[in-house]
Design a binder for this molecule. Structure first.
Ligand SMILES: Nc1ncnc2c1ncn2[C@@H]1O[C@H](COP(=O)(O)OP(=O)(O)OP(=O)(O)O)[C@@H](O)[C@H]1O
Ligand SMILES: [Mg+2]
Length: 180
C-alpha cells in the first residue's frame, strides 16, 4: 500500500520509491532531502544524485545548491532570534538545542563551500563509469548524446568512479541474497 511522502518525516534509509507525476514536487523533495542529510552530518560527497538528461542534471544541481543556501540562511536567521521560518524544512532543522542547530548550519555551510564535490550526474554518465569500472566496456565512447539529449561529461568521470564501485558492490550483495 502506498502512503503520501512527508519530506519532514524520518529520513529514508534503505530503498524508498516515490511515485510522482510531472510537476508534483520530485525535484523539490530530492533537494529538501539532500539538505536534511547534509545538515544531519552526511558529507555532500557521500550523496549521489542522478537524473536523466543533462538539462535535468543542471536543474537538480542548481536546486540542491539553492536548497542548501536557503536552509543555511534560515538556520542563521533562527540562531539570530528570528520567529519560526515559513519553510517547513527549516523549521524542522531548527528543532533541538542551539548547539544542534548551529552544528546543522555549519554542516550546510561546509557543503556549500565544497559544492563541487557533489556528485550530481546523468544516469548515462554514471552508468558509463560503472561499465568502465568493470573493465568490460572496451570501446566506450568518451562522450555521446542520445535522442533525449542526455549527455556524458568526461570531465566528471573521476567523481563517478567511487559511486560506480559502490553500486557494483551493492549489486553483488543483492545477487548473493537472491541466490542464497
Ligand atoms: N512541498 C512543497 N512545498 C512548496 N513548494 C513545492 C513543494 N513541492 C513542490 N513545490 C514547488 O512546486 C513546483 C514544482 O515542483 P518540482 O519542480 O519539484 O516538481 P517536479 O516533480 O520535479 O517537476 P518535473 O516533472 O517538471 O521535473 C516548484 O516550484 C516547487 O518549488
Ligand atoms: Mg523535476
Amino acid at each position: 500500500m502506498s502512503t503520501a511522502f512527508d519530506v519532514t518525516g524520518p529520513l529514508p534509509t534503505g530503498v524508498t520509491v516515490l511515485e510522482a507525476s510531472a510537476g508534483t514536487g520530485k525535484t523539490y523533495t530530492i533537494a529538501a532531502l539532500a539538505a536534511r542529510y547534509v545538515a544531519d552530518g552526511i558529507p555532500l560527497d557521500k550523496l549521489l544524485l542522478v537524473t536523466f538528461t543533462r538539462m535535468a542534471t543542471g536543474e537538480l544541481r542548481d536546486r540542491v545548491r539553492e536548497r542548501l543556501v536557503s536552509a543555511e540562511q534560515g538556520l542563521s536567521r533562527a540562531l539570530a532570534g528570528a520567529p519560526p521560518d515559513r519553510d517547513e524544512v527549516v523549521r524542522l532543522l531548527c528543532e533541538g538545542g542551539r548547539d544542534e542547530v548551529e552544528r546543522r548550519r555549519r554542516n550546510l555551510a561546509h557543503a556549500l563551500a565544497d559544492f563541487d564535490s557533489a556528485t550530481i550526474a546523468t544516469t548515462h554518465g554514471f552508468c558509463q563509469e560503472v561499465l568502465g569500472g568493470l573493465g568490460v566496456a572496451g570501446d566506450v565512447e568518451p562522450a555521446r548524446a542520445d535522442e533525449r539529449g542526455a549527455w556524458w561529461d568526461p570531465d566528471e568521470t573521476a567523481r563517478f568512479g567511487r559511486w560506480a564501485r559502490r553500486l557494483w558492490d551493492g549489486l553483488l550483495q543483492v545477487e548473493e541474497i537472491v541466490h542464497r
